[in-house]
Design a protein around this ligand. Sequence first.
Ligand code: SF4
Length: 406
Amino acid sequence: MTDTLSFEETAAKYPEFPRLIMLKTDIHRRGVYYTPKAIEAVDVEKHQLGGTHIFGTRDGKLTKRPEAFVLRDGISVLSTPTPLENNPYVIDLIDDRLVLTDGENVLEEVFYWEKPDCYGKRTSSGASMQNIVGWLYLTPNRYCHFWTNDDGCRFCDIVNNLKQQKDEIEMQTRIKPKDVSETIKGALKEKGRFTAVCITSGSDFHGKEPFDKEVDYYIEILNSVSENFTTNKIPVQIACTAIHKEQLKRLYDNTNILSLTMNIEVLNEKIFKIVCPGKARWVGYKEWKRRLIDAVDIFDESRVNTGIVSGVEPALLFGFKSEDEALEAVIEEADKLASYGVSTVNMVWVPRPNTYLANQKNASLEYYVKLSYGLQEIRRKYNLKIDFDDYRRCGNHPDSDLARAF
Ligand code: SF4
C-alpha cells in the first residue's frame, strides 16, 4: 500500500479529527528517530528509558532511548525508534527545546516521560523493579508458547525480543508473584502517578484443559497485585488468551479484576488463520469471538474488549483488494461484536525486524483515521465505555484516545 495523503493533507481532509491524536497515530505508523542531540538531552536521573517493553523496536536495538513522550495536550506517545531510511518523524533539540520534526518542518514541542520513583529500586529477591513494571504495565510471562511450534503471530517478536533482553539486560522470562507485589507497593508510594494496572503476557496452552496454567498464573499475579489494595475490585486490565467460560469465571471469582481484554488481532477469519496460527489452532476464530461474548456475561458490558493490530489486514497479498474494502469488513465485524457488548480497540501495526512480516508496510494514515473514528462511533452507537483502556490507562489505541473528544 502506498500513502495517498500526507499528514497535513489528511488533517485538512478530516478537520473534525483532533489534530494531535492524528499526529500521534502517524507517529506510531511511521516511527521516530532520536537525533544524537535529542539523546544527549535525556536525563537518566529523570527520564524513563525504553528497553524493557514486551515487544522490540523497529530498528532492532535495545540502546537506551526515551520510552515515550508527551505532547502539549498531555497525551502520551509510546515511541518505536526507527531507522532514518524508513522515513520516521525525527525528535531533535532545537533552541534548547525538544521538538518533533518532519523534514524541515518543526511540528510540536515534546516532553520526555519522567520515570516512576520505583525505577532503580529492587525487590527483596533482588529483581529490578523497572524490569517488572513499565507504566504500571506488567508483563509477568515474556515467553509465548505458541512459538514452540512456530505458531507465533506473524507480526509479533515477543520471543526474539526476550532473547535479546536476556542477553543485554537482566530480564527474567517469568516473574515471581512476590516480586510483583513488592514492585506494585513501591510504585504506589508515588501518589497520584498511576490510575490503573495493565497486565499482559505470552500465551500458555498448558494444563489439564488448554490455558489452565495461564489462568492459574494470572490468578497468582493478580492476587499479588491485590495485596496492595483494600477494595473489592481494583482497576486492573488483563490481556490474556481467549479462555472458555469456566476459566473466565474462575479468573473473575478468584481475583479483584475489573476488566478483560482478549486480543483477536485481526477481524477477518481468513487472515486470522494465516497471521495468528497459534490462536487459530488452539482456539479458532469463531470460538475466540464466542468467548469474548461469554466474557460480557461475567464482566459486564463496557468491561470487555479485544485489540486488533490494525493495518495488517489491507497490507497482505492474501487479504483485501483495497484499504476501503478492509475497512468496511473490519467495521462490520467490530459492530457485530459491539452489539453483544464487546468493544474493539486498534493498535497501529509496527512492522518489526524480527517478525515474519518485517518487510511489509502498514496502512495509510487515512486508513487509521477512518478506522479509529469508526471504532469510536460504534462505541457511541452501543453506549459502550472504554475508560479501562483509554488514553490515561493505556495510550496505545488511537480510537480510544478519541473518547476524550467525542
Ligand atoms: S499470542 Fe501472538 S501476539 Fe500474543 S505473544 Fe503470542 S505470538 Fe505474540
